[in-house]
Design a protein around this ligand. Structure first.
Ligand code: ADP
Ligand code: ASP
Ligand code: MG
Length: 421
């Protein structure tokens, strides 16, 4: 039986028609290797940002449904153009949007999860020898409503398709040569990782390393999809392989550093210190589909018998969060609700930090030496995150990257030139 390879090309890789021709050449190469190929593409260049801006010019608070209708159009353009380019090169190709394939999601706008992917149409077309081009980032509900998976979600479309089709591999082609020890745009001599575990990559992606959408890594781990991140501009480089932790040799305590500038911090002051207060806040937020990241509850003040509860959320959820909190203020009997969106979460990640003391203290000391104040701390087995002032985030990343000896002698190539073919 022929093997199925899923390839995904991000916005930079399909930014203009020259780059789409380059993508077509890469797809054809895989097809000529004797494989069946399913290609997932994102919207061209900065199309999605441009669409978001237009909506906000018209309405500061556009409805989720119409935003998904709007944003899903970006990928519609690139799938058709890539199929046209493949046909021009003499190959049979067909493009499908999420509705045509049956990429079924939950009924949630702007960050829907994929529930199921129908494979009949895909298999039929692959059996006819066609190259299939699928729109990333979008899905459809049982009622036929268009949804999107969250910014950067085309990675998740690709991995979910690879899982559904039992593909041999999922290759994520992007504008850098793999996963680096930190964002090479921030630290140019970051090191490319030959391989990284699903667990570490998941933490890095959640911590703001937007080279992969977190849910794509979650899906790859769950279904054991071999995942590779590589450059669409430098094909000789195999990039980074993401695989199970058992197959890895861990030699450094920290694998990578990341910063997330998309969060806001909320402090609910003077919450009565009694059972049910935290449950009330977070169950109401969960009902509104608002994800909460770091949470801190202060030591109870004896005189007033109250706590402060601080937590972070995605900035884009801020209006919904504030509305939800305001609506329960009486029931909760709390004090002031404070918001701060001038913050960044800086994280170090590494499976090698398990049972190795001193990693946290090195992180805190390094931040202190750089005069960076820590406003919140959270940890997992393989991650330590500190909330700092936004303007200090880059300095923090650079200092941590250095102290944990992650630098390389080479400068990373971001957005390489098109190869000569
Ligand atoms: P695409 O449009 O191909 O999906 P993205 O912009 O979503 O590309 O992701 C690639 C970008 O991720 C890179 O250009 C880089 O700036 C950024 N990035 C952040 N952290 C990392 C990291 N640890 N390794 C590699 N790239 C990273
Ligand atoms: N086009 C979408 C975005 O810009 C999805 C993606 O690129 O993965 O977020
Ligand atoms: Mg992306």
């Amino acid at each position: 039986m022929r093997k199925i390879i899923v390839q995904k090309f991000g916005g930079t890789s399909v930014a203009d028609t020259e780059k789409i021709k380059n993508v077509a050449r890469t797809v054809i190469k895989e097809k000529e290797n004797g494989n069946d190929v399913v290609v997932v593409v994102s919207a061209m260049g900065h199309t999605t940002d441009y669409l978001v801006k237009m909506a906000h010019d018209l309405n500061p608070n556009p409805s989720g449904r119409e935003m998904d209708m709007l944003l899903s159009t970006g990928e519609g353009v690139s799938i058709a153009l890539l199929a046209i380019a493949l046909q021009a090169a003499g190959y049979e190709a067909v493009s499908f949007n999420a509705m045509q394939v049956g990429i079924m999601t939950e009924n949630v706008h702007s960050k829907a999860r994929i529930i199921d992917i129908k494979t009949e149409k895909l298999r039929k077309n692959l059996n006819e020898g066609k190259i299939i081009v699928v729109a990333g980032f979008q899905g459809v509900t049982e009622d036929g409503e268009i949804t999107t998976l969250g910014r950067g979600g085309s990675d998740t479309s690709a991995v979910a398709l690879a899982a559904a089709l039992n593909a041999e591999r999922c290759d994520i082609y992007t504008d850098v040569e793999g996963v680096y020890t930190t964002d090479p745009r921030v630290v140019p001599n970051a090191s490319r990782l030959e391989q990284i575990s699903y667990e570490e990559m998941l933490e890095l992606a959640h911590a703001g390393a937007n080279v992969l959408h977190p849910r794509s890594v979650e899906t790859a781990k769950q279904f054991n999809v071999p995942l590779r991140v590589r450059s669409s501009f430098k094909l000789e480089n195999l990039g980074t392989l993401i695989l199970g932790v058992d197959n890895m040799e861990i030699y450094k305590p920290v694998a990578g550093v990341a910063a997330d500038l998309s969060q806001a911090r909320i402090v609910v002051c003077d919450v009565p210190d009694k059972p049910g207060s935290a449950a009330l806040i977070f169950s109401k937020l969960a009902k509104e589909n608002i994800s909460v990241d770091m949470i801190i509850q202060s030591y109870a003040r004896k005189i007033s018998n109250t706590n402060d509860i601080a937590f972070t959320i995605e900035k884009s959820d801020l209006p919904k969060t504030m509305a939800t909190l305001e609506s329960m203020k009486n029931e909760l009997n709390c004090g002031e609700i404070k918001v701060d969106d001038n913050i960044a979460k800086v994280s170090i990640v590494g499976a090698g930090m398990i049972d190795r003391p001193g990693i946290a203290s090195t992180m805190f000391e390094t931040l202190a030496q750089n005069d960076i104040n820590i406003r919140m701390i959270s940890t997992s087995e393989i991650k330590i995150s500190c909330l700092v002032d936004k303007e200090k985030a880059q300095q923090a990343v650079k200092a941590l990257h250095k102290v944990f000896e992650l630098e390389s002698d080479e400068v990373a190539v971001v957005k390489g030139d098109l190869p000569d073919v």
